[in-house]
Design a protein around this ligand. Sequence first.
Ligand code: GDP
Length: 458
Amino acid sequence: MDIIAAIATGSAPTAIGVVRVSGEGCFDLCGAAFAAESGRSFTDLEPRKMVYGRMLDRQGRCVDRGLAVRFPGPHSYTGEDCAEFHCHGSPVVLREVLSSLFAAGARQAGPGEFTKRAFLNGRLDLTEAEAVADLIDAESAAAARNAAAQLGGSLRRDFEAIYDQLLDVTSQFYAVVDYPDEDIEDLHPAALATALEASSATLRRLLDTCERGRVLKTGVRTAIVGRPNAGKSSLLNALAGYERAIVTDIPGTTRDTVEESVLCGGVRLRLIDTAGIHETADAVERLGVERSRQAVESADLALAVVDAAAGFTEEDEEILRLAARCPRWILVLNKDDLVPGYAQIARMPKDLPQPADVVCVSALTGTGLDVLADAVADLFPEGDVADGAILTNIRQQEAALRAQRAISRAAEALVSGMTPDAVLTDAEEALSALGELTGRTAGEEIVSRIFQRFCVGK
Ligand code: GDP
């Protein structure tokens, strides 16, 4: 494969910036961009050791002083000869160093091309390669931990175990058919049934984590509902830590839904500020109200905000009933700085739907937000699924589901007494879905599509 090079650290000025290069023979051209202080040629530098020296432009002039490191293949990220130049993070310097490498014969790497080579050279399977992208895009520490475990092979091991088990039984069957004269033991239906059941159980366990996976990857869809002036925008702003939604004294000015994403109790919340549940003749306003209802119904979590200072009203009652349509909801008694929120609870009708939690906050002063964060963390615990065992990737989920369905069909065919070849057609379909998942049998088109989503330099 030819020699590729790219800036790995983005285009903003930073303390340190990295240029990386990969491809057989790349060490020969690295001397064009770097001269070691010791005077040793790049090809002679000790492997995997940082070396101090001068970064060079196309004319061989020094543009920076920094460190370079040589990673001879196959024990490198891509599996080929690789090198990195750690410069000061000036976009100009990084471009000069890159340009020297281009002049010496390297070409610009495409999106995800380093990781794609790692995959093609067998250093990573597809679940691990995708974990690289997930790790970089992680929006919470929990999401990063899950991606890191997947990068370490947690999913690959599960999927490969299923693949190998299915491959064992199918190949045994074909051996019997193709070499009838050899003394190969017939495939026993019980052995096939056991293999199918074990594979199915593992896939079910993984597929059961999809909902958690979505929450981990894209966050908890959160609707804030409450009547006008309850303090929804103020709560949103307090959580976000900066002003985005319009905070105003005039009821009903939050006409559009505004999306904000915040970390609350370690959980990523995608907040949708809504227009409030207020019957109105205004067409624009009505649209907002309708969207409010839709938001609650599609949300994972609703925060029902009540103005504790204004007292509990019929409208609030309606809000609470609406919030209860959400799988999880928290009653937020706001303006605790004016009137203690708990004073309102006694005045509420007794037959109202029960929230998962009740918290008193002041969106103005910020008191009680820590209690709200604890309540959110309780609703979305992360501790009960082992690290890395949560399926967050849609492509992987879809392929796992296809494999699971094919295995179910195979198991049904077996029970209903169909011939083994009918059973094996389905088992092979499962194999093909699993092969696509880990990349063992994924076509070039699928592989290209996956790496196109990466950034340049990954
Ligand atoms: P929304 O219509 O539900 O979005 O309500 P806003 O967030 O616009 O708040 C309405 C008014 O109540 C504004 O004047 C806020 O400053 C005020 N407000 C919001 N939260 C608090 C609070 O916790 N304490 C006090 N004292 N005022 C608040």
